[in-house]
Design a protein around this ligand. Structure first.
Ligand SMILES: NC(=O)C1=CN([C@@H]2O[C@H](COP(=O)(O)OP(=O)(O)OC[C@H]3O[C@@H](n4cnc5c(N)ncnc54)[C@H](OP(=O)(O)O)[C@@H]3O)[C@@H](O)[C@H]2O)C=CC1
Ligand SMILES: CC(C)(CO)C(=O)C(=O)O
Length: 306
């Protein structure tokens, strides 16, 4: 398959590296000139516990150089979706598929509006990855990817994408209910990310303080009420226990939203807690905890790096 990674940061870099290993033809596109220049000069450097891997790959800041791909790995932050999707219009052909495993909700909707819902395959990932510096990424040691068609069918194109990742040794799952996947991951991020960003506690430490533990439970309960009103079923019986399990399992992680505020970057809070507030408003469900968390994170964003 001919593959273009749009947003070759942490997740785009990692996913692209898997597909390179499978022997696919991958082009990395990113607007960050320094990052692209570093990849062009010295390759994509992947730092694992087992050692450092250097992949010689094609990278560019000009999406048109990528040509028309079979598959786009769409991996920008949610707030860059509109621009990046419009950029993709320059390269999509009639059969180009677009895969998003971005966090939050609203990603599929934006991509569908700009590029057409028929192209979109969506899901979630349990991999984590961090950009250490230009051209250098550090992935989690384990993870998996779950993807599905928006209409729940298991199609040949979905199986082709799964096969490409599987060939690289990645644990892949197909889903017939991507909303369930996305909302289950959403509630994990709802319950962990803003609290990590505000308190600077690690994911696991959030469970050790009555204040953060109860705020987490309240934020997740609001999200669960909104999901229920939308008819969305979670992948798990007890969503709060699931969120706590992820927090325990990633005890030492700094949530990505915390990493964003520490860098003085924008966060995805509007696509996470802000989305619960927006959906709650449409459905007449009060979401005061998510509203407060969203406002606090937005204020911290405006403050910038300390
Ligand atoms: N990192 C992780 O562990 C995980 C991330 N995700 C999700 O994956 C998505 C990507 O996150 P992550 O990889 O961490 O983000 P990164 O910030 O590491 O990477 C995004 C990259 O996209 C670039 N970019 C922005 N706009 C464009 C554009 N129009 N065209 C091409 N490149 C562009 C950014 O450049 P610049 O820096 O200059 O803005 C940046 O280099 C998010 O939705 C996140 O929630 C999901 C699970 C885990
Ligand atoms: C699962 C979790 C909370 C891991 O840190 C995450 O997805 C994030 O930080 O964005």
């Amino acid at each position: 398959m001919k593959i273009t990674v749009v947003g070759a940061g942490a997740i785009g870099g990692l996913f692209g590296s898997f597909l390179c290993k499978s022997g696919e033809e991958v082009t990395f596109v990113d607007i960050n000139r320094e990052h692209v220049a570093a990849i062009q000069a010295a390759g994509l450097i992947i730092e694992r516990q087992s050692g450092t891997e250097v992949l010689t790959v094609k990278a560019t800041t000009n999406i048109e150089e990528a040509g028309t791909p079979d598959l786009i790995i769409f991996s920008v932050k949610a707030y860059d979706n509109q621009q990046a999707a419009e950029d993709c219009l320059k390269i999509v052909g009639p059969d180009t598929i677009v895969l998003t495993v971005q966090n939050g909700v609203g990603n599929v909707e934006t991509l569908s509006a700009v590029l057409g819902a028929g192209r979109i395959i969506a899901g979630t990932t349990a991999f984590g990855c961090t950009v250490l510096g230009p051209g250098r990424i550090k992935p989690s040691e384990t993870g998996s990817i779950s993807i599905g068609e928006l209409d729940g069918r298991i199609t040949p194109r979905l199986e082709r994408v799964v096969a490409a990742f599987t060939k690289a040794g990645v644990e892949m799952h197909t889903s017939q209910n991507v909303d369930s996947l996305i909302w289950t991951k959403l509630l994990v991020n709802v319950g962990i990310n803003p609290l990590g960003a505000i308190t600077l506690l690690t994911n696991g430490q959030l469970l050790e303080h009555e204040e953060t533990k109860s705020l987490q439970a309240a934020a997740v309960a609001e999200g669960a009420a909104v999901a229920k009103a939308k008819g969305i079923e979670f992948m798990t019986e007890n969503i709060l226990e699931h969120v706590r399990g992820v927090a325990r399992g990633t005890y030492n992680n700094k949530a990505s939203m915390r990493q964003d505020v520490e860098r003085g970057s924008r966060t995805e809070v509007l696509a996470i807690n802000g989305a619960i507030v927006a959906e709650g408003q449409k459905l007449g469900i009060p979401t005061p905890v998510n509203e407060t968390l969203t406002k606090l994170v937005k204020a911290i964003e405006k403050r910038g790096k300390i």
